[in-house]
Write a protein that binds this ligand. Structure first.
Ligand SMILES: CCCCCCCCCCCC(=O)SCCNC(=O)CCNC(=O)[C@H](O)C(C)(C)COP(=O)(O)OP(=O)(O)OC[C@H]1O[C@@H](n2cnc3c(N)ncnc32)[C@H](O)[C@@H]1OP(=O)(O)O
Length: 164
């Protein structure tokens, strides 16, 4: 676990505009390339925020043809987690809200954008949206993240080690 924490710490560096941001780790449900249940999200720096183009597949279906709301929340939460790479240190989700404005469709590509709205002590207030190619927003979101030390994550087992 200590090696993983050290690797995370190295990811909090400078990323130029347009650069692809790193994954949190290989098995992350949002962005990990080696999680077979995951979303494999890839995020880019976009100005002071992050953006991603994302297509949900049938592993994340709720009503037929429509993405499960929890899957949408997972991806938005993870996109905020990518925004942290621009903040210079880790934080965790304390509150997450999603406004589901229109169904998110399986197989359709959406543009996701997340930005820091304001910083207050150890709190980061962030906002995100997903839009169709034509520009209509299908979800909007706000969240409160709380900055933590890298050691916060030592509470869990390393990925690949069964917790049960
Ligand atoms: C690359 C590696 C990185 C790793 C990245 C890993 C992958 C990222 C994935 C995406 C992100 C996630 O899923 S993260 C995983 C899901 N989240 C978690 O597991 C977090 C679980 N919660 C906790 O561990 C704890 O509650 C903490 C550490 C967040 C905070 O605990 P605490 O220190 O006791 O503080 P707490 O009382 O809860 O409140 C913290 C501050 O937030 C304020 N606060 C609380 N609720 C609200 C609210 N709704 N709106 C405004 N403010 C609020 C409080 O007033 C307080 O302000 P003030 O008094 O400070 O002013």
């Amino acid at each position: 676990m200590q090696a993983l924490l050290a690797m995370w710490a190295e990811k909090f560096t400078v990323y130029p505009d347009g650069a692809e941001l790193p994954t949190h780790h290989d098995h992350c449900l949002g962005c990990g390339p080696n999680n077979p249940h995951g979303h494999h999200l890839r995020a880019l720096r976009h100005g002071d925020g992050v953006q991603a183009w994302h297509t949900f597949d049938n592993r994340h279906v709720g009503a037929p043809g429509i993405v499960h709301g929890g899957a949408v929340a997972t991806v938005v939460d993870d996109l905020y987690g990518c925004l942290l790479f621009l903040e210079g240190g880790p934080a965790v989700t304390r509150q997450l809200t999603i406004e589901y404005l229109a169904p998110v469709l399986i197989g359709a590509e959406y543009r996701l954008q997340a930005d820091v709205v304001r910083r207050e002590g150890r709190k980061l207030f962030v906002a995100a949206r997903a839009t169709e190619p034509a520009g209509r927003a299908v979800i909007t979101s706000t969240a409160v993240f709380v900055k933590v030390s890298v050691e916060h994550f030592a509470q869990g087992s390393p990925p690949g080690v069964p917790a049960d």
